[in-house]
Design a protein around this ligand. Structure first.
Ligand code: NAD
Length: 260
């Protein structure tokens, strides 16, 4: 379905971004990976996922907190594959503390990586999308873009912000072939969440399995983690012709979290 298209997925060396990159590659999209840590393993996984569909894979190590890096990544993506047709703004970090204890540099980092990076990548991707009259911007927000939780001030502020950015981007392009939508996952068992499971296990003296149950039980009625594969399929849907008129939604996949 996406053969000949190029998808840039930020923060795709791990977790949800990697799941979305694999799902888009399976549909034939060429993929530009981004993120820190081991690159060879995720690159091999995305290549394997896209093998039958002939997808190619490139990588740029932009630090999404740095505007100059983002500009360089956008130029690199265009030089590799012509242009970015699908932009998935996914890179994100978490920090947990009460507002009065929240380290200022952590606030700045969360806002830069989880929110401002999506603005910069979107503003740089939009001209080519509009010229082609086709584009998809998918912002990975969170259920925390819809509701709050204590001790997550920067994260909740950034995620509510990215839901707002999604609506404005969708509206400004509503008469074009460029759509913008947000995905709002509940708990997904990635390294970002495993750290919170570890903290619960340490705090309450629990096993890993019991700490997972405690975490889910506090928020997620289904008592199940959403998976990167499920989120990847939602991203594929947003890229499909059936989603041509889906514009500015914040679509939760959260096991009923926000329904409460
Ligand atoms: P993860 O830690 O598994 O992956 C994060 C990715 O972002 C990694 O590839 C990492 O290298 C990259 N990254 C971090 N800082 C970066 C930076 N400065 N520049 C470039 N890349 C950077 O986390 P995840 O759980 O897969 O999270 C992905 C997105 O999904 C985040 O925006 C997160 O807020 C969101 N999300 C996660 C959950 C969850 O339960 N895991 C729920 C809702 C939303």
């Amino acid at each position: 379905m996406l053969k000949g298209k190029t998808a840039l997925v930020t923060g795709s060396t791990s977790g949800i971004g990697l799941g979305i990159a694999k799902a888009l590659a399976r549909q034939g999209a060429n993929i530009v990976l981004n993120g820190f840590g081991d690159v060879d393993t995720p690159r091999a996984e995305v290549l394997a996922a896209g093998k039958d569909a002939g997808a190619q894979v490139a990588y740029h190590g932009a630090d999404m907190s740095r505007v100059a890096d983002i500009e360089d990544m956008m130029k690199y993506s265009a030089s590799q594959f012509g242009r970015v047709d699908i932009l998935v703004n996914n890179a994100g970090i978490q920090h947990v503390a009460n507002v009065e204890d929240f380290p200022v540099e952590k606030w700045d980092a969360v806002i830069a990586i989880n929110l401002s990076s999506a603005f910069h990548a979107s503003r740089l991707a939009l001209p080519a999308m509009k010229a082609a009259n086709w584009g998809r911007i998918i912002n990975v927000a969170s259920v925390h873009g819809l509701v709050g939780s204590a001790q997550k001030a920067a994260y909740v502020a950034a995620k509510h912000g990215i839901v707002g950015l999604t609506k404005v981007t969708a509206l400004e392009n509503a008469t074009t072939g460029v759509t913008c939508n947000a995905i709002c996952p509940g708990w997904v068992l990635t390294p970002l969440v495993q750290k919170q499971v570890d903290a619960k296990a340490a705090e309450h003296g629990l096993s890993n399995e019991d700490a997972k149950k405690l975490l889910l039980g506090e928020k997620e009625p289904s008592m199940q983690f959403t998976t990167p594969e499920e989120l990847g399929e939602l991203a594929v849907f947003f890229c499909s012709p059936a989603a041509n008129n889906v514009r500015g939604v914040a679509w939760n996949m959260d096991g009923g979290w926000a329904a409460q």
